[in-house]
Ligand binder design. Structure first.
Ligand SMILES: C[S@@+](CC[C@H](N)C(=O)[O-])C[C@H]1O[C@@H](n2cnc3c(N)ncnc32)[C@H](O)[C@@H]1O
Length: 251
């Protein structure tokens, strides 16, 4: 999946939505002062930075398989313990964290149950495991997929990933040995000044949407762009994204 990109490219494409989501997620999880937290699939450090503000850099660890993101977090947050690795094999000992989070990561895990089991393993009994994923039909780039489905039926199968449908995150967590106490949604609203500002980052090749756009011919990409103009609200655009969240306190 296309995540070996610069932090700036990610920020202009997905970070603009994941940053307000991170703030809401941390408010929801409400970690206590002194908690040790792990950000799994940290990307360029969007959620990591919000957790650092709350807990302090010395309480944070982060892990991601994308070398450019690991480098970006090390540069942005030099005091955070940042590791190169995947959720399925977390490079941490047992029961060392009070909180393990995976924001917008479960859909991209090669084995989500194993990844969530690993998150359970590294959290102490009584600690919290939390994951969120954009809702399949209400994510912030849904308009792109709506337009794509109209022009090229079946296109949005690319985002029918684990955790995106109602109840899936909770099911995956249960299979991973976690009792889910909370399943809810968080809604972000982001103002984007112009259509071009919304559209340009799709050419960066990031995530399923970027990868999909890269497969189109110039002509098909232009048809998609024109259809998105029709479907989106007037400028400035208010983009709404709904994420599904599930949390579990380890027994
Ligand atoms: C949509 S980004 C989310 C990044 C960040 N958590 C955020 O909220 O902005 C998905 C991230 O998952 C990472 N990722 C992909 N496969 C993974 C895996 N198996 N284990 C952990 N992270 C993974 C990617 O490298 C990327 O950084």
């Amino acid at each position: 999946m296309g995540f070996d990109v610069t932090a700036d490219a990610y920020a202009s494409f997905m970070g603009r939505f994941s940053e307000p989501l991170a703030r809401q997620l941390v408010d929801l999880l409400d970690p206590a002062p002194g908690d040790r937290a792990l950000d799994v699939g940290c990307g360029p450090g969007t959620l990591t930075a919000v957790l650092v503000d709350r807990l302090g850099a010395d309480r944070l660890s982060a892990v991601d398989p994308s070398p450019s993101f690991v480098q970006a977090v090390r540069a942005l947050l030099p005091e955070v313990d940042v590791r190169d690795g995947a959720a399925e094999e977390l490079p941490f000992g047992d029961e060392v964290f009070d909180l393990a989070t995976a924001q917008l990561v479960v859909p991209f895990m090669t084995d989500p149950v194993r990844g969530l089991s690993e998150m359970r393993r590294v959290v102490r009994p009584g600690g919290l495991v939390a994951a969120c994923a954009w809702d399949l039909d209400r994510g912030p780039v849904r308009v792109l997929w709506r337009a794509a489905d109209e022009l090229f039926p079946g296109a949005s199968a690319a985002i029918d990933l684990p955790g995106a449908r109602d109840g899936q995150l909770a099911e995956l967590m249960t299979t991973a040995g976690l009792d889910v106490q909370l399943a809810t949604t968080l809604t972000v609203r982001v103002q984007i000044a112009t259509f071009e500002e919304w559209w340009a980052p799709f050419s960066f090749g990031i995530g399923p949407a970027g990868e999909y756009v890269a497969t189109l011919t110039d002509g098909d990409r232009e048809r998609l762009r024109v259809r998105c103009v029709d479907l989106l609200p007037d400028e400035p655009l208010e983009i709404v994204g709904v994420a599904r969240v599930a949390t579990s306190r380890r027994a």
